[in-house]
Design a protein around this ligand. Structure first.
Ligand SMILES: Nc1ncnc2c1ncn2[C@@H]1O[C@H](COP(=O)(O)OP(=O)(O)OP(=O)(O)O)[C@@H](O)[C@H]1O
Ligand SMILES: [Mg+2]
Length: 284
């Protein structure tokens, strides 16, 4: 299976005494849905920004990130292929995904900008076929009714779904989402995770999603990578995560964790999704 993401010896420092990531390595196969968890400041956003080619790694000889077998950055330098590779990566952030003053439909059409002449894009000259595809993408995320609304008028969950629709229009093969449900109520969070899961299972889009709410990692992602202080401390089946490990991982923050079905003393595996099997719904 081709790897969608390959990270080798990745380090990132912000100044001399601030190493956000410390020589981490892992691979994600095409078609996987992987959760990235870890306490605040553990390096999740930094890692996702590096993989998306938005920031550069430290200039170490072994540091390399490849996307679908092509180097996006190496030794702290963004590669010449990066622009083409970025067009295959959809990025969804926690907030500020949309242009507020534009309609939802136009925000979704923006997903085409990487693959059309710049002058046409600048003039907003989208074809009928592009508009049809954008409406189809909005249908996938349950947002047809909001198509003509301004971005600024959407709820948090609707904004995330519109951003996902934009990635669909873009034709993203890898979806990188940085805490897409962090500020959502449980029902909106489930809708967003259901959509990510659907795109992963039906369209084969590789998904890497950082999550603060661990129960969503357990319920939606077969595999979890856990970061602590810039290092990978767990990489394996989400099912095998235990309450004790999570308590340790999150330290003082762990009191906020709500883990249905996980008793604190048990080290029994947690029930979680497996590839190809519909994930169990969370009880609200
Ligand atoms: N632009 C920056 N300048 C300086 N330090 C930074 C910068 N970006 C991140 N850091 C530092 O790198 C470390 C990792 O930050 P990062 O944002 O990746 O954590 P995170 O796991 O995403 O946390 P959260 O759950 O709060 O979003 C932190 O110590 C942070 O202060
Ligand atoms: Mg973050």
């Amino acid at each position: 299976m081709q790897s969608a993401v390959k990270v080798n010896g990745l380090s990132k420092s912000f100044g001399a005494n601030n190493r956000a990531l410390k020589e981490i390595s892992f691979k994600i196969s095409s078609g996987e849905m992987v959760a990235l968890i870890g306490a605040s400041g553990s390096g999740k956003s930094t890692l996702l920004r590096l993989i998306s080619g938005l920031i550069r790694s430290d200039q170490l000889a072994e540091t390399e990130i490849s996307i679908f077998g092509k180097v996006i950055q190496k030794k702290g330098k963004i590669s010449a292929d990066a622009r083409a590779l970025r067009s295959r990566i959809g990025v969804v952030f926690q907030k500020f995904n949309l242009v507020n003053r534009l309609s939802v439909l136009t925000n979704v059409l923006i997903g085409n900008l990487g693959s059309m002449p710049r002058w046409k894009g600048n003039l907003g000259l989208f074809s009928k076929a592009q508009k049809r595809a954008a409406m189809h993408a909005l249908e996938r995320v349950g947002m047809v009714r909001q198509a003509m609304q301004r971005g600024s008028t959407l709820s948090g969950g609707q904004q995330q779904r519109a951003a996902i629709a934009r990635s669909l229009v873009q034709g993203a093969e890898l979806l990188i989402a940085d805490e897409p449900i962090a500020s959502l109520d449980p029902s909106s969070a489930r809708k967003v995770m259901d959509i990510l899961s659907d795109l992963n299972q039906r369209d084969g889009i590789t998904v890497m999603v950082s999550l603060h709410q661990v129960e969503y990692a357990l319920n939606y992602c077969p595999r979890t990578i856990a970061l602590r202080d810039g290092e990978i401390v767990y990489d394996g089946p989400s099912q095998a995560l235990t309450q004790d490990f999570l308590g340790e991982l999150y330290g003082a923050e762990s009191e906020e964790l709500f883990l249905p079905g996980l008793s604190s003393k048990s080290d029994k595996p947690v029930k979680a999704a497996t590839n190809g099997v519909a994930h169990p719904q969370l009880s609200a």
